[in-house]
Design a protein around this ligand. Structure first.
Ligand SMILES: *Cc1c(COP(=O)(O)O)cnc(C)c1O
Length: 222
């Protein structure tokens, strides 16, 4: 955890940014509630999960801690209720139909669900996320819904060792955000950067990096 914080701080400094502008989301998928508890004891408060059933059990087991939970995996229609009831954030929204179901299921008592739209910035048809030219209509649909608060954009680019390519994809996401903000969307979140490419993401303006392996080690299953 300290090593990851040091990487974020170094990247921020070389980009002329304050390290405090970049939030660290610890991606705890496949790791146990006890491991999350230990990370919290080491100062980590925000956790990301991909698999709903596993996450629901962990959230229940850790309900004595003031943790913030982010859903970052693909969302099927039959999962929207549990996601809306138990999570604080969703990073992986890519369909208006899912947005509507999340809004309907969000308990009023919990306050708005923070959402990011997942954008397919690498262009592979196999990758999840909305195509860049479909971001605006989806953003407008989400903005019109009650109980959701559109915060920004998220991307999971194809892994690449080419830092210039990593940066081009992250820059593409930032430019999309800037276009929306030029039209008054008021978005404040760029969720981008993982263990292998967090430096490139911070250089291009990431405000949340989602880090699993570099904190917890290799995942226990795929
Ligand atoms: C698993 C996952 C991460 C973390 O990836 P690492 O390479 O282990 O840091 C980040 N974002 C998403 C969407 C993930 O599924």
């Amino acid at each position: 955890m300290q090593a990851v914080r040091a990487r974020i701080a170094a990247a921020a400094r070389s980009a002329g940014r304050e390290p405090g502008e970049i939030a660290l989301l610890a991606v705890s998928k496949t790791f146990s509630a006890a491991e999350v508890r230990a990370a919290h004891a080491a100062g980590q408060g925000e956790f990301g999960e991909n698999y709903l059933q596993e996450a629901v059990e962990k959230i229940a087991a850790l309900s004595d801690l003031p943790l913030v939970w982010h859903f970052i995996g693909p969302i099927q229609s039959n999962k929207t209720r549990a996601v809306a009831e138990r999570f604080d954030w969703v990073h992986s929204l890519a369909r208006a139909k899912i947005a509507q179901r999340l809004a309907e299921a969000r308990p009023a008592a919990r306050g708005p669900l923070a959402v990011c739209l997942q954008v397919n910035v690498s262009g592979e048809s196999s990758k999840s996320g909305v195509a860049p030219d479909e971001v605006r209509p989806l953003a407008e649909a989400v903005r019109a819904l009650p109980r959701l608060r559109l915060r920004g954009l998220m991307a999971v680019p194809e892994p690449s060792d080419d830092v210039a390519l990593q940066r081009r994809r992250f820059r593409g996401l930032r430019l999309l955000l800037e276009e929306l903000n030029a039209d008054g969307f008021g978005l404040d979140t760029l969720s981008m950067g993982m263990s292998q490419d967090l430096e490139a993401a911070v250089m291009e303006g990431a405000t949340i990096v989602r880090i699993g392996t570099a904190i917890f080690g290799e995942r226990k299953y795929a």
